[in-house]
Unconditional design. Sequence first.
Length: 364
Amino acid sequence: MKAGIVGLPNVGKSTLFNCLSNAKAQSANFPFCTIEPNIGVVNVPDLRLKKLEELVNPERVLPATVEIVDIAGLVKGASKGEGLGNQFLGNIRETDAILHVLRCFDNDNVVHVDGSVDPIRDKDTIDMELQLKDLETVEKKLEKVKRAAKTGNKEAQKEEATLLKLKEGLESGISVRAIEIDEEDRKDFVKPLQFITDKPVMYVCNVDEGAAVSGNNYVEQVREAVKDENAEVLVLAVGIEADIAELEDFEERQMFLEDVGLEEPGSAKLIRGAYKLLNQQTYFTAGVKEVRAWTVHVGATAPQAAGVIHTDFEKGFIRAEVIAYDDYVKFGSEAKVKEAGKLGVEGKDYIVKDGDVMHFRFNV
């Protein structure tokens, strides 16, 4: 699963990417610094994994991960190929969620592609380009569907009505994710077209050090502008995060965070937020060889969770032995959980819960 970092040129995307992944994407004070997308595999911070490590004392510990993609900056006219438009839009289509970075700080030494700081204008610029690209997709699909609808095909008529609703919304500047459509029609007619503006989005407000804790007027403007979008808003001082990421000593990092007034790096919140945005959750396996966090979709069944480890586990699934994370911590070991009668034996219909500690029985 991939989350793509997008935004206008020079708003802090590559600096943020470097903080998250410890990769060194090129970052400089001019537009189009990033051409090819940079991809980083980022560990998902999870205190539960640390606790399980303390209880089990395994040989190794493996966290869950999420892929973060740093995509080239987009400019006005991208939907028509301006700047790196076609390349940008192709890259973003391949991601599963969007981390939209907005510049929310004043600094005369950092150039802005439009000459002034206005996060709402910047947001509207990118939204419009993505909406125009989605409008192209709708219009192409409508041409085909209309022909079938004219023959009296009921399904085609239903799809045509949905597409016309999408067309009207996009032409009014509304992203697909915010257009009211029946859930069944969304599943049948919207999801298969993979609209860019249907992807879940988190707005990352890049602020200066003074606004790292409580934000500023720019952030409030963003919150007001996106209140109807069902989108997350995260405040992040990307420059400070970059400084923190450079410190290798844990205690130095903590002192730096305390000086700024933060309990943890904002990048940790962002990674967890991206994980949630992708509709992912974690289950654990815990043994002396390895304690590991595994990623599954929210709503996954026990066999599907087993299949994340190996396809044979899913094919030959017999049962899952499940311990709730809180019970594991309360009793301190798998043996004591069993003694207390808190180990559940679950079948194929079991829906995995976030934090489950699981052991699978299978036969191939």
